[in-house]
Design a protein. Structure first.
Length: 147
């Protein structure tokens, strides 16, 4: 079966993430999403939204907040490439994403993205605003789609 890009709505994309993502729940919102199907079955989704880091939210930058597959080969790189094409077509100048330090980023490299370096990590909880961290708190790797 061949892999085909297709549109997907937010609720469907979130349900796919709920079922298949290894360490994150679905995001709170998005700008857009894209799915890949094999026959009549969705095998991966990418969710793109505003950057999580406030200083990167300049109106020209978007962030891939979730890329999730069912393990079908080549789907993740297809999704990352499609997300960048869509973001550029909408007028955005930059698309970023983060991976865990333990992840190699092979799909990002295959899609033509560049490793920018180590980023963040840590907890969001503060004394005056306690939060439960339901996400990995270790260091991340920042990636950027190449122009």
């Amino acid at each position: 079966m061949s892999l085909v890009l297709q549109p997907i709505d937010f609720d469907e994309a979130c349900e796919f993430v709920r079922l298949h993502h290894s360490h994150h729940a679905p995001p709170q919102g998005w700008k857009f999403g894209v799915a890949v199907s094999s026959g009549d079955k969705v095998v991966g989704v990418v969710i793109v939204g505003r950057p999580i880091a406030r200083y990167l939210d300049n109106g020209w930058t978007l962030e891939v907040t979730r890329c999730c597959t069912d393990g079908t080969p080549h789907v993740a790189s297809m999704l990352y490439a499609a997300a960048w094409r869509a973001a550029r077509a909408m007028g955005y100048k930059r698309l970023i994403t983060y991976t865990l330090a333990s992840e190699a980023g092979t799909s990002l490299i295959a899609a033509g993205w560049k490793n920018i370096g180590e980023a963040g990590g840590g907890r969001w909880s503060r004394i005056d605003r306690p939060r439960v961290d339901a996400h990995p708190t270790g260091m991340k790797t920042l990636w950027e789609a190449l122009r």
